[in-house]
Design a protein around this ligand. Structure first.
Ligand SMILES: [Ca+2]
Ligand SMILES: [Ca+2]
Ligand SMILES: [Ca+2]
Length: 189
């Protein structure tokens, strides 16, 4: 009988040790940040000062900061994968164009330059390209891609197919078209 209890105790002890080892093996280790260099802020659009602006804020809503701060229509902000840049849409040069700026709002520069509507920019996964939509090749919006650094290499990816695309800037403009066009006009003159 004592042998039975002894073996059983040993067995239970070994099982407990095995469970601890398995538990240690399964304990998750802290994951590294997904995007090294990202500042964790959120980008959004607000017309709180009377026209559309690109804002950023902390994830808890604190420190909202107006990055565009002008009198014209700015919209559609999207961060680069590393968090260092923001691409967005603006009519500051007369019509809808794609821009990129540093994440603190400095050094904005235009990447598209034509009379058509260029909207809905988004960075590629590696940050080297920006996709966007444009109606420059006809009546329908098409999907384009260009180099994020300087806007070169603008290429129509969808031919001239009849597509139904998201048109966030235009939806916003349609809510207050007089404001968007007036701002574009006032900026051009
Ligand atoms: Ca603005
Ligand atoms: Ca403003
Ligand atoms: Ca344009």
């Amino acid at each position: 009988m004592s042998r039975f209890f002894s073996d059983r105790s040993t067995g239970l002890a070994l099982s407990a040790i095995a469970l601890v080892i398995v538990g240690l093996a399964l304990t998750p280790t802290p994951a590294p940040a997904s995007f090294p260099g990202a500042n964790g802020k959120l980008a959004f659009t607000s017309e709180r000062d009377g026209d559309n602006e690109v804002f950023v804020m902390n994830p808890d809503g604190s420190e909202p900061t107006n990055l565009t701060n002008n009198a014209v229509f700015d919209d559609d902000p999207a961060y680069s994968p590393d968090g260092s840049k923001i691409t967005f849409v603006s009519v500051r040069d007369g019509n809808f164009e794609i821009y990129v700026m540093n994440a603190d709002g400095s050094a904005p520069r235009r990447l598209t330059n034509n009379a058509a509507s260029d909207t809905d920019p988004a960075f590629s996964a590696d940050g080297s390209k920006i996709t966007f939509s444009s109606d420059r090749d006809g009546n329908y919006l098409q999907v384009y891609v260009m180099n994020a650094a300087d806007g070169t290499g603008q290429t129509n990816l969808t031919g001239n197919a009849k597509l139904i695309l998201t048109r966030r800037s235009h939806r916003t403009a349609r809510r207050s078209p007089s404001r968007a066009s007036a701002m574009a006009t006032s900026r051009c003159t």
